[in-house]
Design a protein. Structure first.
Lengths: 302, 330
């Protein structure tokens, strides 16, 4: 079964690329294949992942361990499950730092406190000896971000980092993530289903549908001038806080299961602009104004 | 307009004390969690009241109080002139439950995976003795499925054969089976993707028009709330801090917490604009701050806010609990 299929994109240092799509679109798998955390029997069947020009998808586990954490940091959705409940956060931070950098215990601890301070944890020098359960959800996610940044990685893969958080806390975490990555020049891949988060955080966004990228481009263009009918439908179905509408636009139907992806364009059964060619031939990403879209009408109707 | 649901100073306190032995040995006092602490509102027939707030503010406890899953520790709820909680316990309780139904958040957890859809939707009809005849039941279930945009042929399928949005429609069909007047919806679309959320919200709106349903809609998503509601109540730590009709709430939010919530929402078309992130977090409800519960996070807090709890009262044509608004400081 092909869960994700022919996905290509790049992220520049200091850039935040958003990956958005509905559940089952393959967002998280895309992230996992970059970090090398695909669970068997999942594997990268073809293609390659390059980090700073060096190929990393064909490395063995030992080599990958050096890259994970050192060069790629990961932030997951649920901060409680990404932290070990049995160790204090300080222990987890210093362990991560010392695994990747040749520093003394005292130095590692100092670094850990600095990281906690950078991520906005008050009284960091005391909090460092606390255990994950003593932190609130938002604070835990800050600890996870501190962990991901511990060895100054070049790339950070953040998979739904704010989905488990309340909206006021979400705003804090997003601005933290944004500032900290810009200031350190790390490239960020931000995976989320929340278009609002993408809008305020990312430079570019890739919209995924049924395991493929259907549109990719600068975030402002994708949101305001979507070229793919799926992106347009997705945007229109999001309730808007600033205006009243009697009915929301809806995309009828649901995303196909991965083992039953229709021939031609995967979106064709739900597409309002479908025509004969869509049902037979699969469109590739082509230039469509300021973005790139995988649609036979791209550049025509946009 | 007639008021269908009226809630007066309703409260729910949970006893979260350690065990008796621990209390005796370690000399710990009893510990109470005031999940809902004096909430009052009314909903007119055919209208939607939305309750919003962050996790742990007591929204879902209010929902469970409404449908009688909890017995309130204080206050009461009047439904169509009856004291609801007294009625729930009386012989006519079942009749009242027919008129008040609930839709839950997670359509994966609220449908029995071993039952076929027909049995799931038909159960309330059988339970309440509305329809006993098998063929009649099948026809009624078919009608209900059609009313939520599914096909009568879906009856013999199991829940796992449906997508999340379709499952939530099955829950709605089940809630509609007894022909209720009042639906309590606890985060009905929070577990759904946006394109599917739109489908479910549109169906709920259609059903409200066709059947004159009254909704209590609980959500943490203000954009969804703006779309579905007629009036909105904002909750913080077990209390209402602002209750207003939709237009005034979104045009001129009064309470600093409501403003904070509105500011915290990412603006879709304003790309790259940073939100005004509000500092601090919801305090521990076991140990709420003195005075106004929001004072540690409030930019307008003064001495009075830290010592005296503001009363929830009518001001500027809405209801709000805030010293600063009352004194005209904001």
């Amino acid at each position: 079964m092909r869960a994700i299929d022919s996905i290509s994109f790049d992220i520049a240092p200091g850039e935040i690329l958003g990956v958005v799509g509905e559940s089952g679109a393959g967002k998280s798998l895309t992230g996992a294949s970059i970090i090398g955390l695909l669970e068997p029997p999942g594997r990268i069947a073809s293609g390659e992942v390059l980090l700073e020009g060096q190929r990393i998808d064909n490395l063995n586990n030992d080599q990958l361990r050096h890259i994970r954490g050192r060069k790629i940091g990961a932030i997951f959705q649920d901060p409680l499950t990404s932290l070990n409940p049995l160790y204090s956060v300080g222990k987890q931070l210093t362990e991560t730092i010392q695994a990747h950098l040749p520093v003394s215990n005292a130095e590692a601890r100092k670094r850990a406190i600095d990281l906690l301070k950078d991520t906005g944890i008050p009284a960091a020098d005391q909090r460092i000896d606390h255990y994950p359960h003593q932190f609130s959800g938002g604070m835990r996610q800050r600890v996870v971000i501190a962990l991901a940044l511990a060895a100054e990685p070049k790339l950070i893969v953040a998979d739904e980092p704010t989905t488990a958080l309340d909206v006021s806390i979400q705003a804090q975490i997003i601005s933290l993530l944004k500032n900290i990555c810009k200031s350190r020049g790390a490239a960020v891949m931000l995976i989320t289903h929340d278009m609002g988060v993408i809008a305020e955080t990312c430079d570019r966004v890739a919209v995924m549908y049924a395991g493929r990228i259907v549109e990719i481009g600068p975030v402002h263009e994708v949101i305001n001038h979507p070229a793919h009918p799926y992106t347009a439908g997705l945007m229109a179905s999001i309730p808007d806080i600033t205006q009243d509408r009697e009915y929301l636009n809806q995309i009828d139907g649901a995303m196909p299961r991965l083992n039953a992806i229709p021939t031609g364009c995967a979106f064709n059964p739900r597409c309002p602009k479908v025509f004969d060619r869509c049902k037979v031939e699969r469109p590739e990403l082509v230039d469509a104004g300021a973005t790139r879209a995988a649609c036979w009408l791209a550049g025509v109707c946009a | 307009m007639t008021v269908l649901v009226q809630v007066d100073d309703i409260a729910m306190t949970f006893d979260v004390s350690p065990s008796l032995l621990t209390r005796v040995i370690e000399r710990q006092p009893k510990l109470f969690l005031h999940a809902v602490d004096g909430v009052s509102f009314e909903i007119e027939k055919g209208k939607t009241l939305a309750l919003v707030g962050e996790s742990g503010c007591g929204k879902s406890t209010v929902a469970k109080l409404m449908v009688g899953l909890y017995q309130p520790t204080r206050g009461n709820m009047t439904f169509d002139g009856m004291d609801a909680h007294a009625t729930y316990k009386s012989a006519t309780g079942l009749k009242l439950r027919e008129r008040i139904q609930m839709i839950f958040q997670d359509p994966y957890a609220s449908l029995n995976p071993r039952w076929i859809v027909e049995d799931i939707i038909g159960e309330p009809l059988k339970e309440h003795g509305i329809i006993t005849d098998a063929t009649e039941l099948k026809a009624k279930v078919g009608d209900l499925l059609k009313s939520v945009g599914l096909s009568p042929l879906d009856g013999p399928k199991y829940p796992h054969q449906f997508s999340g949005g379709q499952r939530q429609r099955i829950s709605i069909a089940r809630a509609l089976a007894t022909n209720p007047e009042f639906l309590v919806c606890d985060e009905p679309t929070s577990a759904l993707d946006v394109s599917v959320q739109a489908q479910v919200l549109n169906i709920m709106k259609d059903l409200q028009k066709q059947r004159g349903l009254t909704y209590l809609f609980i959500s943490h998503n203000l954009a969804v709330v703006r779309h579905v509601s007629d009036s909105v109540g904002v909750m913080y730590l077990g209390r209402l801090v602002e209750l207003a009709d939709k237009q005034s709430l979104f045009a001129t939010p009064r309470h600093p917490y409501t403003r904070m919530l509105l500011d915290a929402i990412p603006k879709m078309h304003d790309t790259g604009r940073a939100r005004t992130a509000v500092q601090g977090e919801v305090p521990n409800p076991l140990n709420p701050p003195a005075g106004c519960a929001f004072n540690p996070r409030c930019p307008h807090a003064n001495e009075r806010c830290r010592s005296e709890r503001p009363v929830f009262k009518a001001l500027h044509g809405i209801k709000v609990a805030c010293h600063a608004v009352e004194e005209g400081r904001i």
